[in-house]
Write a new protein. Structure first.
Length: 370
């Protein structure tokens, strides 16, 4: 389980990138909502400590229990259904022993680990019909339980991560192109159907968000209000921003964006750190994604490649969706900005994932240098 590693083989570059983007997040959260900044600092310290400790544990040891990880994930999600805390008409939180957390955030990492080991064990039969059906069937329970919270955005992120891990594992291009040939027309039909007045496919508030995205002027004072103000705030920051913790007239100080410390934290970055600050966050997240892909390329085995690629997909895709929502490219949806948004479950779980990536990096260095 524990191995001896050389300090010079440690991926200090990745750690510095993680610390840099998290510090920007902590500062932005402190400006948006000072009373929760200390909690985020606690989450950062806890996550950093767990990441460093995990980085010295052989990830292959944990993967031996991949079915247990899958089962625990399902148990947590079912407990949300039975005992979850409802906030803003959504039941996503679970409290155990006084500790409150969001199982759907942990689910991303747990599914990455499960499927990485599953793919490696069944690699020779990966493209058989039986195995493909089995992989999809195994995804449906956690995907449905997350979607039903309701949390469509997280379920989409999980589905994308699953597709990336499956592709990296060696999914046949014939299956990929065949699926796209069916999925693209189906997505168009689905989009048209959910826009119909009497549709029952998605919740009413989800439909309003899509309509507000298509016709923001019509919903300017209602559903599109938050997103419109977010874009206004980002634009008002200009090149260098208005400064953190400023008292001047602004979208943040006027409380025109609700809970900006969470899903709309990029609004605070844009308004108070300007275009330069926004670019810094985007570049740091992009470099973290690239570093994970670099680790995936050199991993000692297929499971390591899949885990690192899954973490790259998590950081890269989730960052893209969050920033796209804040800038009006996508409809409003609740996805945190990795390492930057307030939320201890999201922050600690992604640091746990990065701890595993660090161990994969240590072992791939040993493989090529020894």
């Amino acid at each position: 389980m524990l191995k001896r590693y050389r300090v010079r083989d440690y991926d200090f570059k990745l750690i510095l990138l993680l610390i840099a983007v998290t510090v920007i997040g902590i500062l932005s959260i402190g400006s948006a909502k000072p009373e929760v900044q200390n909690k985020q600092i606690l989450g950062f310290v806890m996550g950093l400590f767990i990441m460093i400790v995990l980085s010295f544990f052989d990830y292959s040891f944990f993967l031996r229990f991949h079915w247990g990880i899958y089962a625990l994930n399902i148990v947590f999600l079912l407990m949300v259904v039975a005992f979850g805390k409802e906030v803003n008409n959504a039941k996503r939180w679970l409290e155990i022993g006084g500790i409150r957390f969001q199982p759907s955030e942990l689910s991303k990492l747990m599914l990455i680990m499960f499927y990485s080991q599953y793919i490696m064990k069944h690699w020779e039969k990966l493209n058989t019909l039986k195995n493909m059906v089995m992989m999809i069937l195994l995804l449906l329970p956690p995907l449905y339980l997350i979607y039903d919270q309701p949390d469509m955005s997280t379920s989409i992120v999980v589905a994308v991560i699953f597709c990336v891990v499956w592709y990296v594992g060696g999914l046949s291009y014939k299956f990929i192109f065949g699926t796209l040939a069916v999925a693209i027309p189906a997505a168009i039909i689905f989009f048209i159907m959910v826009l119909q007045p009497d549709q029952t496919i998605i919740n009413e508030y989800q439909q309003r968000r899509i309509l507000a995205w298509l016709e923001p002027e019509k919903y300017a004072q209602t559903t599109a209000y938050q997103q419109t103000n977010a874009m206004m705030a980002i634009g008002s920051g200009q090149l260098w921003g208005k400064g953190l913790n400023n008292t001047m007239l602004s979208v943040k100080n006027g409380n025109f964006v609700s809970e900006p410390e969470t899903d709309f934290i990029f609004t605070i970055v844009g308004e108070e750190l300007g275009f330069a600050g926004g670019c810094a966050v985007v570049i740091l997240l992009f470099l973290i994604t690239l570093e994970c892909l670099n680790v995936a390329r050199k991993a000692k085995d297929l499971a390591g490649t899949c885990i690192a690629s899954g973490m790259a997909a998590l950081v890269g895709f989730q960052s893209f969706v969050n920033i796209a929502v804040a800038t009006g490219i996508f409809p409003n949806t609740g996805v945190p900005l990795p390492f930057v948004s307030y939320g201890l479950t999201s922050l600690v779980s992604i640091y746990i994932g990065m701890g595993i990536v660090l161990n994969i990096r240590l072992q791939c260095v040993r493989k090529y240098n020894n």
